[in-house]
Design a protein. Structure first.
Length: 555
């Protein structure tokens, strides 16, 4: 068992763990817990059978390797499923509880505490032993498994309708405009038989929050879900969803908010119910809020001791012109979180479904999704008030900026060279930037890694954004011996000048084109790639979705 704690919570955390083991040893699991465990295990194997035709090559290679090196058997996936169907039902509650009684015996256990070596007062070995002894002797009550067979929604909402249908035949995309103003984009595929992915998005995000409310607004998308959903706390919700392959997660970024997730075709209605509830019934739980806040404060407390984190925070601050709205989360900012403000901000961002576009990609037909969309999305409340993101005024510094961070004790230098500027954001320039970065990456690997042996890895990465203003960023990063930093930096700039000033040969163009086509052929067989491409078009405000498909083909 493992638990992550705040520095002052070691004794309390150990007491909780040991007490729970005692509860299990004395009373055992419940029948409903065992039932859910069996359901989850069988679901896993049934999904493996369904996914078998689309199984990744690396998974097969790993299995063959274990067979050769460890003499692991190689049954077919259907044989494994038959094995589990034969034996799982025969596992009894009495057998499980007999095993549980053998766990954590007094004569064979270890208590291991890891913590920073400065600024933290840890319990002594004697004190830890005392915590264990006290916890094992104290009275515990039998665990009550709150009924997990309750429906998420006792009654479905009053359905809306599809008001308008538009078909983009070349892209294979269908667009529905719903009666409440929401937009739905459907991209059926046959890439994975048991996978349906979705993303819902609307403009706004934390950019519309005031400076005073910003700390709570930034925390809203994880402190509110931590409280559960509708009538159910988060632990109860987990039990209800046990044995189902479904996820619906809210997010609130700087200029956008929404939901993301997916399910299997079998659990599709559950996914739509969760979508509806994430909009209409977020659950505000003060205890969950306090727990989440405490956990995050503990995780953040020692970030300043990490050279890598301080390096990245310094770099991000420089690129944002030290804009306070881009400042990293710290224990001090967590202390400013207010549950009431976080809940109010979350509800305000999801109050108007007419602002949202929902994108679905995967193994479905429009006919399969239409009744669910009409029941659970077209029924969402809509104020039709509109609204968009706000430019918070992040401006990268002009000219050359150099920052040096002195942290850590290891003889290692970490370097980042970043170029940024305005960008003509269209498919042609996106492709050109990607091709140029690939060429630069190849040159840097050949010279810095292979020729000079100055680093194990050097990466050139390109990023672009259209909102709030079109910009590009190229970041080159590596680690090396501090004594070689200056000479490696000089050589990197030599390679940059070479790429900038040298015309591509036909052979180089052919190799880049082949690499792009190879990437496309692999990516286009992935539902998440297609979802991201369509979502990017929506996020960028490009209504001509058919162009997305044409761009894939041109790549």
């Amino acid at each position: 068992m493992r638990v992550t704690l705040s520095p002052d919570g070691v004794a309390r955390g150990l007491d909780t763990l040991v007490s729970e083991v005692q509860r299990l040893t004395r009373f055992g699991f419940t029948a409903t817990e065992l039932m859910r465990a069996k359901q989850a295990m069988m679901l896993s194997y049934e999904r493996s059978v369904t996914e078998s035709p689309d199984r990744e090559s690396t998974s097969r290679a790993d299995e063959y390797t274990r067979n050769f090196l460890q003499r692991e058997a190689l049954p077919t996936i259907w044989q494994e499923l038959a094995f589990h169907r034969r034996f799982i039902d025969g596992i009894t509650l009495a057998e499980m509880n007999a095993l549980a009684a053998q766990w954590f015996p007094a004569q064979n256990r270890h208590v291991i505490v890891t913590a920073p070596d400065t600024g933290v007062a840890l319990p002594s070995e004697t004190e830890l032993a005392g915590v264990v002894k006290t916890a094992m002797a104290k009275r515990v009550d039998q665990y009550v498994d709150i009924a997990a067979d309750q429906p998420l929604m006792p009654m479905p909402p009053t359905a809306g309708s599809v008001a308008k249908v538009t078909t983009y035949a070349e892209a294979g995309i269908t667009e529905w405009k719903l009666s409440n103003g929401a937009t739905v984009l459907l991209k059926p595929t046959k890439l994975k038989e048991d996978q349906i992915l979705f993303r819902a998005m609307a403009p706004g995000g934390t950019s519309v929050a005031s400076d005073a409310d910003l700390p709570s607004a930034r925390a809203a998308s994880y402190v509110i879900p931590a409280g559960g959903l509708g009538r159910f706390s988060e632990p109860t919700l987990d039990r209800i969803l046990s044995g189902k392959a479904v996820a619906v997660t809210p997010f609130i970024g700087e200029v956008q908010e929404g939901l993301s997730g997916g399910s299997t075709p079998q659990d599709l209605e559950t996914m739509f119910q969760l979508i509806h509830l994430r909009f209409t019934e977020p659950r505000v739980d003060p205890m969950a809020f306090a727990s989440t806040s405490s956990q995050i404060r503990g995780l953040l407390a020692n970030r300043a001791a990490s050279p890598e984190i301080v390096f990245r925070q310094t770099l991000d601050a420089a690129l944002s012109g030290d804009n306070p709205r881009r400042a990293p989360e710290t224990p001090a900012t967590v202390a400013q979180w207010d549950l009431g403000k976080a809940a109010a901000f979350y509800k305000s961002r999801f109050a108007d479904a007419s602002r949202f576009t929902f994108v679905f990609v995967g193994s479905f037909t429009p006919e399969m999704l239409q009744p669910l969309v009409q029941t659970y999305i077209a029924s969402l409340p809509a104020t039709h008030m509109g609204g968009t993101w706000r430019d918070i005024g992040v401006v990268a510094p002009p000219g050359v900026v150099e920052k040096t961070v002195q942290r850590g004790i290891a003889p290692k230098s970490q370097v980042a060279i970043v170029f940024h500027g305005p960008f003509e954001y269209d498919e042609a320039h996106l492709l050109a930037l990607r091709a140029m970065t690939m060429l630069l990456q190849s040159r840097l690997f050949d010279t810095i890694r292979q020729e000079l042996g100055a680093t194990y890895s050097i990466e050139a990465d390109q990023r672009t954004q259209k909102l709030p203003k079109p910009e590009y960023t190229i970041r080159i990063e590596w680690t090396s011996d501090p004594a070689r930093t200056a000479s490696v930096v000089e050589r990197v700039f030599d390679e940059i000048r070479f790429v900038r000033n040298t015309k591509l040969s036909r052979d180089q163009v052919a190799r880049i084109r082949a690499a792009l086509l190879r990437d496309f052929e692999q990516d286009s067989q992935d539902n998440s790639y297609l979802l991201n491409q369509i979502s990017r078009k929506v996020e960028d405000g490009d209504a001509a979705l058919v162009m997305a498909h044409r761009a894939y083909r041109r790549a």
